[in-house]
Design a binder for this molecule. Structure first.
Ligand SMILES: C[S@@+](CC[C@H](N)C(=O)[O-])C[C@H]1O[C@@H](n2cnc3c(N)ncnc32)[C@H](O)[C@@H]1O
Length: 157
């Protein structure tokens, strides 16, 4: 009930349930050539899972120091520290276009998603997958609780 209220208020800080992490990783058909970013990585569960299951490289970014620490522990415990990096940063200050990402995963409040969307739209060729909340752009597909977008050439804003 509390989680539902948080989600409805647009301020979810709960992690993506493990079953949904597995689903996201399988939907994306990641390979070892992918670079998977979790924007707001929380405890690092999905970056670790993506790397463990597919051998892809993965990066987590979070502005909460405690979560950054926890995510680094998760990565270490799962023995994927050779594939996964965790950074402490505020997403509002990150230039996504400069990152070597092939996939951005988001489970963020709607308000922040709206704020980040113009920057994300500059990342040509990248796949964006958002859990629960859609991006305010008019294409993309829905699969279960995921909204999936491919940023095409010419979409630069
Ligand atoms: C709902 S949790 C999702 C955690 C993880 N992505 C998952 O799916 O399990 C949202 C995370 O985003 C982080 N976050 C929220 N706003 C942020 C910002 N402006 N910059 C960086 N991280 C942020 C929070 O600290 C939190 O860990």
């Amino acid at each position: 009930m509390i989680l539902l209220l948080l989600v409805l208020c647009g301020q979810p800080d709960a992690p993506t349930p493990m079953k949904q992490c597995e689903k996201a990783v399988s939907i994306l058909l990641l390979t070892k050539d992918d670079v998977f970013y979790d924007l707001g990585c929380g405890d690092g569960r999905i970056v670790s899972m993506a790397a463990m299951k597919t051998g892809c490289r993965a990066v987590g970014i979070d502005y909460d120091e405690k979560r950054v620490k926890l995510a680094r522990q998760t990565v270490k415990q799962n023995k994927v520290d050779h594939l996964v990096k965790i950074y402490h940063a505020d997403l509002r200050e990150v230039d996504f276009e400069k990152l070597p990402a092939t996939v951005f995963y988001l489970y963020l409040p709607q308000k922040l998603i709206k704020e980040l969307t113009p920057k994300l739209q500059k990342c040509q060729g990248v796949v964006i997958i958002s859990y629960i909340h859609p991006l305010p752009i008019d294409h993309g597909r829905k699969e279960g609780d995921f909204f999936i977008y491919k940023i095409l050439k010419g979409e630069k804003k």
